[in-house]
Design a protein around this ligand. Structure first.
Ligand code: GRF
Length: 226
């Protein structure tokens, strides 16, 4: 798999992907790290690992389609066949998505379909949810919408600051995104409409009542836990 990672900012997810590729956990080469912002720190992370970079500023284009076409050309010049959005703050049009059909993944810092948009963790904290998490999903034309590959959940401390929750979720992101990309590289992901099957993946083992492992917050007290 020849992967393009698209970043607009810090690139901590990119770093985790780089580390897992270098460790041999993902059967992929990072062909290029692309950004729409020349000062994105993710570009520095890429250069530190000798990974090619490309920058095209979206502000130079009058419409999304023209920007997307330029991105496609840049990524294809580097031989990319798969795209991972990692904090890439632009919506993609069919011009882009049709160039990499069902080969574009994104990570979102909330349990979709709850809390789409750019402040998922803060919205979840403000809403007062008891469980939060992150989602890796295929990208389609709607924001934070495509088929779900993997989700990870964690309990939320009541009253936690949005930034603190974001930090906790980010550490989960750094685990689940490389995992999803490893499955992609191994060609183990099958789509049945919106439903994603991972060939050979583990399945949750249910107890005798057919209730699988679950996360409940606050914890159930003894009378209700059985
Ligand atoms: C992450 O929270 C990711 O879920 C969201 O953008 C953020 C990117 O963080 N899509 P980083 O640049 O990977 O540190």
């Amino acid at each position: 798999m020849k992967l393009a990672v698209l970043v607009s900012g810090s690139g901590s997810n990119l770093q985790s992907i780089i580390d897992h590729v270098e460790a041999g956990h993902i059967a992929a080469e990072i062909a290029v790290v692309f950004s729409n912002k020349e000062d994105a720190y993710g570009l520095t992370r890429a250069r530190n690992h000798g990974i090619p970079t490309a920058v095209i500023q979206h502000t130079e284009f009058t419409d999304r389609e023209a920007f997307d076409a330029a991105m496609v050309r840049a990524l294809q010049e580097h031989g990319a066949d798969t795209v991972a959005l990692a904090g890439f703050m632009r919506m993609l049009t069919p011009v882009f998505l049709n160039a990499f059909p069902m080969r574009v993944l994104n990570i979102h810092p909330a349990l979709l379909p709850s809390f789409p948009g750019t402040h998922g963790q803060h919205d979840a904290a403000t809403f007062g949810v008891r469980l939060a998490g992150c989602t890796v999903h295929f990208v389609d034309e709607k924001m934070d919408h495509g088929p779900v590959v993997i989700q990870a959940a964690l309990p939320v401390t009541p009253g936690i600051a949005g930034d603190d929750l974001a930090g906790q979720i980010l550490r989960l992101e750094h685990r689940v995104y490389p995992q999803a990309l490893a499955w992609m590289a191994q060609d183990r992901i099958r789509l049945d409409g919106r439903i994603v099957h991972i060939e050979g993946s583990g399945v949750p083992v249910c107890d005798t009542d057919g209730v699988g492992p679950y996360l409940v917050n606050p914890p159930l007290e003894d009378d209700f836990a059985a």
